[in-house]
Design a protein around this ligand. Sequence first.
Ligand SMILES: [Ca+2]
Ligand SMILES: [Ca+2]
Ligand SMILES: [Ca+2]
Ligand SMILES: [Ca+2]
Ligand SMILES: [Zn+2]
Length: 448
Amino acid sequence: MYIRQTKLIRRVATPALGLFLALVAGCPGSLDGVGSAGGGGVVPDGDAIDGNRGSTSSSVVQGEPNGSFRQAIEAVFDATGVARLQGTVASTTDLDVFALGAMSAGDRILIEAQTTGSSLDVSIALFDGEGRLVSANDDAGGTLDSLIDVTARHAGDAYSLVVTVSAFASSGTRSGTYTADVTVQRGGSVPSPVRQTLFLDFDGATVDIPTVFAEPFTISAFDAGDIAAAYAGQTEMLKQMIVETIEQNYARFDVDIVTSDEGQPDASTEFSTLFLGGFDSDTFGIAESVDLYNADFCDDAIIFTGSFTPGLFSGTPTVSELAIAIGNVAAHEAGHLLGLNHTDDDLDLMDDSSPADAFIEDQEFIEAPLSADIMSIGSQDSALLLSEIVGLRDGVTLKAVEYVLRQRDSIDVGRTRMSFDAFRGGEKIGLHAGTIRQLKARGQDSSR
Ligand SMILES: [Ca+2]
Ligand SMILES: [Ca+2]
Ligand SMILES: [Ca+2]
Ligand SMILES: [Ca+2]
Ligand SMILES: [Zn+2]
């Protein structure tokens, strides 16, 4: 009801509990310095067979099927580093995958998907050679067309572009033709990770972001008694345990957490704010945007602590369980502010929607299948992305741990995966052993 953007209305209206909400702001990016891909306004050739525009390549690199990383159409780049692609999204299940070839860290990849002459609400995503999300965009610059402009943080021998229909497309915009022009500028430098300060504000506020929310949110100060009478008088303890949960979830990453008890960071520090308090009937938390690669150091999110009523859980949570649930949701919303998208795995902090009970689990930033709202292929490795965006704490290293990614029918990564565990001075500080065991169990279950 506070939401202006149509893509969120569905989500708000969804009766499922445990819902997170993310506002995906338009992400126009900057085209400065990148030569025009030359595709603006070009209508796809004829019937727009998936492939390279004007190409005479054999059918091996043209047409369907091309719905998995293995079946990708090879994008043909010209001497200036531009590939001019086209295709038709024939239905809501049509994924068109294009192989962009090897990328080096520092390569800048610009992808402009346009639907001139077509009513398709296109959506695109860029993946690395392991099928992990690098960047995604649905709508850019106030249009339904898509734009990605990103610098590769890590090399990969087979980056891929996936073109499909937006999961939020309205009727009449769910199929059609598109062009996608990909420009790769080689040899740039890799942006360094930048530490982020998160300010946890328990003191109440009016949050007014007119560009995103139609009306201001008034957040009352945090009070455990507002959640349920059973928690009255435990405000300070609950607050402390919430802070500990958020700190534990970010323990590996260069994120500085400051609370309102310590006072607002000084004026020279840029910080994002998590407001904890208030109530909303539709959601536990809301983030201003999915701020890809953390372009904005001062964005806001709200965690409606009064919404965590015991009736939403299968049993009345203890104070400690309640703190874990609220802290996990806070870490999730902060994840959006740092650039993370939604996934589909209850054990991942970026899971899009799950029963409230899942928040009491030991959720972590892990690799998980992408939410189908983003793309029904590939995964997001939240830990890897955070290490590239904010960096790792001093002395922390990411150490590969083998596990089986939970299989999903539409995901193209059924093989054994590597994720990252973190150690500092021999002490494990992330991805608890229990989480890994559960992941392994799930992977084995689903592969039977
Ligand atoms: Ca197609
Ligand atoms: Ca296809
Ligand atoms: Ca779109
Ligand atoms: Ca941000
Ligand atoms: Zn979310």
